[in-house]
Design a protein around this ligand. Structure first.
Ligand SMILES: [Zn+2]
Length: 333
């Protein structure tokens, strides 16, 4: 028996004629939700994914959770399932080619497997691309046909909506925004390149920049916050110290935000978005991050271009709701 979390919206569930199942595949857990067409999450469930055991066992457990969640749902009301996953997904066919979070899931035909198991339509997309779609339909990008979404946490991911459509590229690899080069001679990135935006403005980069300062003997509140244990320096701690007025932490945040601003200015010149939406854990730094980003962008973009740079509105649910939006876009007449 799987116990899912009911949201107190069971009444909406029985009344809604359009229900969408949404699945977010992460490296440590999968999240499942049943939503209506307004993006209200009516039922939710999360469980460990044990991704290292490979896709077969995980898919079986996900199928069990879905069966339980839908046990009293009218099949005629279900429009299908959207799946958000980190990694490279082939557009249309929904094959997960490779994923940094699901290493043993190489070449898994997620769309085909789930459709065979569930007997209803399934659409699959990259989680950051879908987060852009989710923010556009239900969040900070409502009504905008041209937006860029950036998520900044341990890494930097992104999605682009242009002319009302998600930009996928020839093989689904478009919008790897974190891997644009910001500094020819910058630090090494996880992708193997150097000077990527991700290596210079992510949460990991913020922690690294702080450590570099502390290792030169600079005095900072950060040292007190981590009780002298340098392994505990995180972007969150640096933000906390910066909010307390610590000059080292403020300097680090300013450097990271400046790097981010350079990246955003590049994106503005390439895509001419109406909106740049910034989400992910690091965006919780608020104006500490947004103000310098806006200043750098204003100083760098061509004078006739206008753009708004705003925080994301959907928090942890952006990909889950993006998967809902993906189903709605594929089933609307
Ligand atoms: Zn990179």
């Amino acid at each position: 028996m799987i116990y899912y979390r009911k949201s107190g919206m069971e009444q909406s569930l029985s009344q809604s004629k359009h229900l969408i199942l949404s699945l977010d595949l992460g490296g440590t857990q999968f999240r499942l939700a049943l939503a209506d067409e307004k993006g209200q999450l009516l039922r939710r469930y999360a469980a460990p994914i044990y991704s290292e055991q490979g896709p077969e066992q995980a898919i079986r457990r996900i199928k069990d959770a879905i069966t339980e969640m839908l046990s009293d749902v009218d099949p005629a009301a279900l429009r299908g399932m959207g799946v958000a996953t980190a990694g490279l997904v082939t557009p249309g066919t929904g094959v997960l080619l490779t994923s940094p979070n699901l290493l043993s899931w190489y070449n898994t035909p997620l769309k085909e497997v789930f459709e065979h198991e569930l007997q209803f339509p399934v659409w699959v997309g990259n989680d950051a691309n879908l987060a852009a779609l989710g923010e556009r339909r239900f969040g900070a990008g409502r009504g905008s046909d041209d937006l860029v979404y950036l998520t900044i946490s341990t890494g930097i991911g992104g999605g682009v909506i242009t002319g009302g459509k998600p930009l996928l590229g020839s093989s689904g690899f478009a919008a790897e925004l974190g891997h644009m080069t910001i500094d020819l001679n910058g630090p090494r990135c996880n992708c193997g390149n150097v000077g990527c935006l991700e290596a210079m403005a992510s949460g990991t980069a913020i922690a690294r920049l702080a450590l570099e300062k502390l290792s030169t003997g600079e005095v900072s509140v950060i040292t007190d916050l981590i009780a002298g244990d340098l392994t505990k320096v995180t972007a969150e701690v640096v933000c906390e110290a910066a909010n307390a007025g610590d000059s080292v932490a403020c300097g680090v945040m300013h450097t990271a935000a400046t790097n981010l601003g350079v990246g955003v200015a590049n994106l503005v010149h390439i895509f001419n978005p109406e909106l740049v939406i910034i989400g992910g854990g690091v965006s919780n730094a608020g104006e500490l991050l947004f103000e310098p980003v806006r200043q750098v962008v204003a100083a760098r973009i061509m004078p006739d271009i206008t753009v708004r740079i705003v925080p994301a509105a959907l928090g942890d649910n952006s990909s889950l709701l993006g998967a809902v939006a993906l189903v709605l876009e594929n089933t609307s007449s």
